[in-house]
Design a protein around this ligand. Structure first.
Ligand code: SF4
Ligand code: SF4
Length: 435
């Protein structure tokens, strides 16, 4: 057997030796004696378990937790993850459509990457072509997400398209979601979207009311926070089955406002159907509106929230995952208002990133294959041996592509080793550890 490369073994100043296996989530607190023995074993290429000076109970735990593995087991696991990722990437049994009905927006957020886009809105003719494109694909199971610009500006087009889908009994929406600033989300729209079974709605706030009103600015200059909060309450009232994902954009200037916002939301909404998704915006991920990326600073921030304010529910997942996003799935398309097709929301509006169109469906360049198999973690040798490989999605595909093709600096690793110890310590505090 050998010591798995997916073991994370560290001596915490506060809690002593901790061992976590990222493949199995096996997590154990070790005596200093056991820590020394395992550290010695970790540098051996091969050992016989029968000869180890360990108690049978500990040995069983370490083998079941995949701390000790067969010679090829880690490589096999890597191949399995790669296989599952590519199986998902090439799956044709469902169709992912992100539909951008308009580039227009009623906000003027200073950081918005879509600010310079033409104010194009989809026409009925393009909607016809989108509908035909979907029909030609032949899948009746669709994941549909509305995106913008601000999609609700084109609510009439959304309604027209959804009526069409609804009336076609050969099509069904497996999932139905929307990314919106919620400023126009009134009772009428909520009721309509509820009838269309909208399941998830992602709405962004930029910190507490005071900060948000300076940051997410309506184009008329008026404040937006109160209207957004009121409209979220419309969702709770008129869309009882729809989950609100409240994305909170944080950065160094507003992160201290988060505890007050969190407290306000908890007091205001209690156990209503919403979750908070903290996103750390920086020069790497501020344009990924869907918070695909965990950020390095998130773990230490979550820890300080936990220690200082007792806030426990900031999601910092250590779940093994296959990863992948719209950019890496060949049957997922981001469709712009002129019927042009992209592979990622951050590419929207960039002519050079258009991969096809809904009218003829022909590929216009090599971006699709490059995103799918050329800019992922399996095309990066360092990921194979990385301790975080099982729980990491490999970072952003578009940014990996930009780095490879245009030398744009990008560090794809969403986790670093020291931060991970912090995460282990949080989990220890939450008593998710075998002692
Ligand atoms: S490629 Fe990057 S920005 Fe685009 S959806 Fe994937 S993680 Fe998000
Ligand atoms: S992206 Fe970084 S953290 Fe993730 S598996 Fe690759 S090397 Fe490890």
């Amino acid at each position: 057997m050998r010591y798995s490369r997916y073991n994370y073994l560290r001596n915490s100043e506060k809690y002593g030796a901790l061992l976590f296996n990222t493949r199995t989530k096996f997590f154990i607190s070790l005596s200093s004696e056991l820590f020394s023995k395992i550290t010695e074993l970790s540098i051996l290429k091969d050992f016989e378990v029968d000869t180890l000076d360990l108690s049978p109970e500990i040995l069983v735990q370490l083998i079941n937790g995949k701390v000790f593995v067969g010679q090829n087991e880690d490589d096999d696991y890597y191949e399995l993850k790669k296989f599952l990722r590519y199986k998902q990437a090439f799956a044709q049994n469902h169709l992912g459509i992100v539909l951008v009905p308009t580039f227009s927006c009623n906000f003027r957020c200073p950081y918005c990457y879509e600010d310079n886009l033409p104010k194009t809105t989809i026409t009925e003719e393009v909607l016809d072509a989108v509908y035909s494109f979907i029909k030609k694909k032949g899948q009746n199971c669709i994941d549909l997400c509305w995106h913008g610009g601000e999609p609700l500006i084109a609510f009439d087009k959304i309604a027209s398209f959804l009526n069409r889908i609804h009336n076609d009994k050969s099509l069904s929406l497996r999932s139905h979601s929307m990314v919106t600033n919620a400023f126009l989300l009134d009772e009428y729209k909520c009721k309509f979207l509820n009838d269309c079974n909208l399941q998830k709605i992602q709405i962004t706030v930029d910190g507490n009311k005071e900060y948000h009103n300076k940051s997410r600015i309506h184009k008329s200059g008026k404040p937006t926070y109160d209207t957004i909060m009121q409209n979220i309450e419309n969702v709770f009232q008129y869309m009882p089955n729809c989950q609100v994902i409240l994305r909170v954009n944080l950065h160094s200037q507003n992160k201290d406002t988060f505890p007050a916002l969190y407290k306000e939301l908890k007091e205001r909404w209690g156990n209503k159907n919403y979750s908070i998704n903290v996103a750390f915006v920086n020069d790497v991920n501020n344009s990924c509106k869907v918070a695909c990326l965990a950020d390095k600073g998130k773990i230490s921030f979550a820890r300080s929230l936990y220690e200082t304010y007792g806030i426990k529910d900031i999601d910092i997942s250590t779940q093994p995952q296959i990863g992948g996003c719209t950019a890496s799935c060949t049957n997922s398309y981001v469709i712009g208002p002129s019927g042009e097709i992209y592979k990622c929301w951050v590419d929207v509006g960039k002519k050079e990133r258009i991969v096809s169109n809904v009218f003829d469906g022909k590929l216009s360049n090599y971006i699709l294959p490059s995103y799918t198999v050329g800019a992922d973690m399996f095309s990066d040798a360092k990921c194979k041996d990385c301790v975080f490989m099982p729980i990491c999605d490999g970072g952003c595909i578009v940014r990996r592509y930009n780095q490879k093709h245009y030398n744009v600096p990008y560090d794809p690793c969403p986790i670093n080793e020291d931060d991970f110890l912090s995460l282990m310590e949080i989990n220890y505090m939450k008593e998710k550890v075998t002692k």
